[in-house]
Design a protein around this ligand. Structure first.
Ligand code: HEM
Length: 498
């Protein structure tokens, strides 16, 4: 099959997917008749014929370019009619995002978009529970991963990173995408799950986790999570076994009174507002949920950072120089939490890779009540109840009145002189979402990525051998396509304290 037919096939699948997805989310709508009947203007509607005209753009330039064309033509609020059945309203730009991010769950929520996670994480947590319980459980995640807790993760992260790269030779060629995936699993196992898993059952736990994940996010499992397919059965078997293993770890800690510094422990120690402690099943579900939320997002980001940094020598040099300075400053006590917080250049390099390649390119919600948005031009639109509302991060992060030359990889845009991510207010940069469902793991994600990249920049000369990767849109979370081959050579610099 040639490239064009493949793209057409994916486009057909995507259209079908969006339609079924939209129908699925709508099923969960809380029909809630709004007493104040709509008086404002409805958003302009993009009909199927107009969409068809954009197929060449889609084929030549991809989905983000197509949505961007719609944005240029219709403005920051428009409704796409899918096969005449379902309507999806797109909101683009920070001015129209406040309700999307901050509205109450009873007014705007994920609907049942995440229903597929129930058989993956268990019924005790998340979308298996009522909204109030789920909200409290989200606060356990927030508490367990809050930046002040990160201090205790830095040393274990450093140890994992050093141990991993110590196994590389003097020089060689690696698929850095695969290397990051493996390393990030080791870090998660140590910092999130704890030493029992890391030391004694890493292979089995991650084999089971992969089985849950691979079988839990297929198109069929996503749309029909309870259909008795072989993938769903495999997913269920793997979750039962994983739950047994992790439950034993939790129960063993509880009965022996052992207290560890990892995230699992924080979840064990969490209590609901009424004083009730988390149950074993809840702790296990919550930790599996965290593994799932952090795994691909972090590994795709580290790979995109490699592709971007290694193809921009000026920024690569700046990041290496920063490492030298910080390493000199901390040479007596070794790199610690504060040292990593000071790595602003590296932080901006990762943040810019994430702006251009957000792992979650589209955020979706269901409007349970009508709401109104006002565009930057002052136009007011009513978004009707029961509409699916989508915000394409991939377009939001490239708005030209916020980001100068948005197509250019330029980490300096986040520096103190420009601060472009603040220009449009707090929803200008949405790679980690915002408001009520903002990513709980943002600080943790940056920390682990900085620990990895700091080590690479201090110890190796790196050269990108593969061409700059395309985005593979066929994946559940789009990722850099294919392998990313990098040539490495140890730079001979000794860092005795790290
Ligand atoms: C670069 C890495 C990451 C990116 C780009 C990222 C991005 C996101 C985004 C966009 C959302 C919100 C989705 C929405 O609004 O519908 C989200 C939610 C979440 N993320 Fe991350 N994430 C990353 C890493 C992590 C890590 C490492 C963890 C945990 C260890 C984590 C835990 C979570 C959780 C628990 C939520 C759900 C929050 C809620 O619904 O209240 N993430 N993430």
């Amino acid at each position: 099959m040639d490239f064009t037919s493949l793209t057409m096939l994916w486009w057909a699948i995507a259209l079908l997917f969006i339609t079924v997805l939209a129908t699925k989310i709508s099923r969960a709508s809380i029909t809630n008749i709004d007493p104040q009947c709509t008086t404002g203007q409805r958003p302009p509607v993009v009909h199927e014929a107009a969409l068809l005209k954009l197929v060449p753009t889609l084929l030549k330039k991809g989905l983000p370019a197509m949505i961007n064309d719609l944005y240029v033509k219709y403005g920051s609020v428009f409704t796409v009619s899918c096969l005449g059945v379902t309507k999806v309203t797109l909101l683009i730009g920070p001015e129209v995002m406040a309700h999307f991010f901050q509205g109450l769950e009873s007014e705007i929520s994920h609907g049942n978009l995440f229903e597929f996670t129930v058989p993956m994480f268990g019924e005790a947590v998340g979308y298996g529970r009522d909204t109030a319980t789920r909200t409290e459980q989200m606060s356990f995640h927030i508490e367990a991963l809050r930046p002040s807790r990160l201090r205790s993760h830095v040393y274990p992260m450093l140890q994992e990173v050093e141990g991993y790269f110590a196994k590389w030779g003097e020089e060689g060629i690696v698929d850095i995408k695969l290397e990051f995936e493996k390393l990030l699993m080791l870090i998660s196992s140590r910092c999130l799950l704890g030493k029992e898993v890391r030391e004694n059952m890493f292979d089995e736990v991650f084999r089971l986790f992969h089985e849950i994940e691979d079988n839990g996010v297929t198109l069929i499992s996503f749309l029909f999570p309870y259909l008795p397919t072989s993938a769903n059965r495999q997913r269920d078997r793997a979750r039962i076994r994983l739950t047994q293993i992790l439950s034993d770890v939790v129960e063993c800690r509880k009965s022996s009174g052992t207290v560890e510094e990892d995230t699992l422990q924080k979840l064990i120690d969490s209590k609901y507002k009424d004083g009730r402690p988390t149950t074993v099943a809840e702790v296990v579900g919550l930790i599996i949920g965290l593994l799932f939320a952090g795994k691909h997002t972090s590994s795709h980001t580290s790979t995109w950072t490699a592709a971007c940094l290694l193809s921009h020598p000026t920024f690569l040099r700046a990041a290496i120089e920063e490492q030298q300075q910080i390493n000199n400053k901390y040479k007596d006590k070794g790199l610690d939490y504060n040292a990593f917080i000071e790595m602003d250049t590296l932080h901006c390099c990762i943040k810019e890779a994430l702006r251009k390649h957000p792992p979650t390119p589209m955020l979706v919600r269901m409007a349970h009540r009508r709401f109104t948005v006002k565009t930057i031009e002052g136009k007011q639109y009513d978004i009707p109840q029961d509409h699916i509302v989508a915000s394409p991060t991939i377009v939001n992060n490239n708005i030209p009145y916020i980001y100068k030359d948005p197509e250019v990889y330029d980490p300096c845009r986040f520096g103190p002189e420009r601060r472009e991510d603040k220009i449009g207010g707090k929803f200008s940069y949405t790679s980690f979402s915002g408001g009520r469902h903002v990513c709980t793991g943002e600080a943790y994600a940056y920390m682990q990525l900085k620990v990895i990249w700091s080590h690479l920049l201090r110890n190796f000369e790196l050269e990108l051998i593969s061409p700059f990767p395309k985005t593979d849109w066929s994946k559940f979370l789009p990722e850099p396509q294919g392998k990313l081959l990098v040539r490495y050579k140890r730079n001979g610099v000794v860092h005795p304290l790290n």
